[in-house]
Design a protein around this ligand. Structure first.
Ligand code: NDP
Length: 296
């Protein structure tokens, strides 16, 4: 199958590489050089212009937010996107904008599913992502076969927008877990306790989370702070979760507080920061440092 893949960032680059093992893939990226490199490394076809992707029967997008997806969809619609084509949006987007994009595409005979992913860059590289899909049953079935090249768990979670809603709530839970784990561990460190021993207990106990098991130890103790997922993107996800709850008139103070805290951390750490650097923000609020923080 011919597939146009738009957006070769930290996630899209390895996802398109995995997809190209089973499909003919034409890649487009805003910074063209990245797409050219992808073509030479993975045997994909490099699109000189976005319009060159309009003839593909399947289009996949994974860009920062739904606003960029809307812009891409508008340009490709104008460039002659085919009736009967399927658009699979793997961005962590927002349900409301996705429903608008879907209805604009529908007017051209193009189907849309939202299909955000979880599993991070390791999952994108290994092809083991979990993919949550919102859309009509028949579109889900078409998307599932294609997504199988990028993920191992592919779940139809509801109508258009449902994938984005589940993803936003998942990431709000991730963010809250990260923050509380950082606060708790900082308090144990300040008591003079050994963090490795404390984590050994917590990670075999009921307080464990992905943050305490997999994300925090290599950073706060090991001192490795890679950039894998921009804090700005997680901040966006938590804001989507907060606005979903707000739109349903729900009282959700934890999600609201998490959103406020992440926005404060983003303002302090800057747009280039990795999401796990919030642990540094938590330590700096308390004029403390983790063992894995450089003393510069
Ligand atoms: P990156 O910042 O690494 O990549 C963003 C991509 O979008 C790049 O290809 C970039 O192009 C492109 N882009 C940015 N702005 C525009 C624009 N205005 N028009 C067209 N293309 C644009 O992001 P990630 O790959 O990390 O994330 C992509 C999506 O996946 C986000 O929604 C994120 O929340 C989600 N996600 C990320 C995870 C992660 O661990 N990183 C995990 C799960 C989901 P250029 O090269 O020109 O900058």
């Amino acid at each position: 199958m011919n597939i146009a893949f738009l957006g070769l960032g930290a996630m899209g680059y390895p996802m398109a590489a995995n997809l190209s093992r089973n499909h003919e893939v034409i890649v487009w990226n805003r910074t063209a050089e990245v797409a050219r490199r992808h073509a030479s490394e993975h045997g994909t076809r490099f699109a000189e212009s976005l319009e060159q992707c309009a003839g593909a029967p399947v289009v996949i997008s994974i860009v920062p937010t739904s606003s960029e997806v809307a812009e891409l969809a508008q340009i490709l619609s104008g460039a002659g996107l085919q009736s009967g084509a399927l658009w699979i949006d793997m961005t962590s987007g927002d349900p409301h904008t996705s429903r608008t994009i879907a209805s604009d595409l529908q007017a051209k005979g193009v189907s849309f599913v939202d299909a955000p992913v979880t599993g991070g860059t390791p999952g994108a590289e290994a092809g083991t992502l979990t993919i949550m899909i919102g859309g009509a049953e028949e579109d889900f079935e078409r998307a599932r076969e294609i997504c199988a090249s990028m993920g191992t768990r592919i779940v139809h979670v509801g109508a258009i927008g449902a994938g984005h809603a589940v993803k936003a709530v998942n990431n709000a839970m991730l963010a809250a877990n990260m923050w509380v784990a950082a606060e708790g561990l900082l308090s144990l460190q300040t008591l003079g306790l050994d963090l490795e021993k404390a984590l050994e207990v917590i990670n075999s106990g009921s307080g464990r989370s992905n943050a305490s098991e997999n994300l925090l130890p290599s950073r706060i103790i090991g001192g490795a702070w890679p950039l894998t997922f921009k804090l700005a993107l997680l901040d966006k996800d938590v804001r989507i979760a907060a606005s979903l709850a707000h739109s349903q008139h729900l009282a959700t103070p934890m999600i609201g507080l998490t959103s406020t805290l992440f926005t404060a951390a983003l303002k302090d750490l800057g747009m280039g920061a990795d999401y796990m650097e919030v642990a540094k923000f938590v330590s700096s609020l308390n004029r403390a440092r983790w063992p894995g923080e450089k003393s510069s």
